[in-house]
Design a protein around this ligand. Sequence first.
Ligand code: FPP
Length: 246
Amino acid sequence: MTLSSTLTIPTTGAIPRHVAVIMDGNGRWARQRLLPRIAGHRRGSETVRKLVQQASGLGVEYLTLFAFSSENWRRPPEEVGMLMQLFITNLENEIQRMHAAQIRLRIIGDQGPLGTRLQTLIAESQQLTHANTGLTLTVAVNYGGRWDILQALNALLREHPEKQQEGIREIDLQPYLSMGDAPEPDLFIRTGGEQRISNFLLWQLAYTELYFTETLWPDFDRKSFLQAIESYQKRQRRFGRTGDQC
Ligand code: FPP
């Protein structure tokens, strides 16, 4: 019997330690219902809340969500404004509950352009939850994978100008990346039918198992997540070795 048909919880060893998600399809979900796009984003935030609970319950250690890319500023200003307001409302409403559930919240991305209200809330929320020992929930806001690699490189060279002559190794750069202290994602999920990485965690996804589904983000429910995990469990992860070596 397949995992998704029984909804049984798979054994802990088989659970991906780090899951990264591009949450796509909110706009289409709303359009199908003749609703404004923001209604799709609102429903999408409910999916986020449920997924965080489910992932935490399954023993996932890191859940990383792409909420707003550096390119999303190109959307109509009203939609950008409403998305920012939605992040604020969600943080205000959920942070105490997350804290009580031992969730450690982190925001990655260039916070400069986010506005002072959101910046303050982010700082307070991170400070409140930084010592929690449960799921680490990382939300990427105004994030881009290329931006991340470049900011890491620039920070490294500022602190270690000698590296310019010596040359830079992977392990030198690692600590300066936004997710420097987290394990690399085991499973990447993108909803909404597109099969792209879209400038998400470019460095960290090098060996990650990729899973794409047509399901629109607001419809991505418990069963959908279990199906993604089931697909992951069937993969053979080789990290460059041959099948015989695994
Ligand atoms: C992509 O769908 C979705 C976004 C750009 C925003 C994601 C935001 C949320 C789910 C809201 C809350 C987030 C958190 C972390 C509380 P789209 O608008 O590109 O959909 P489309 O491709 O169908 O137009």
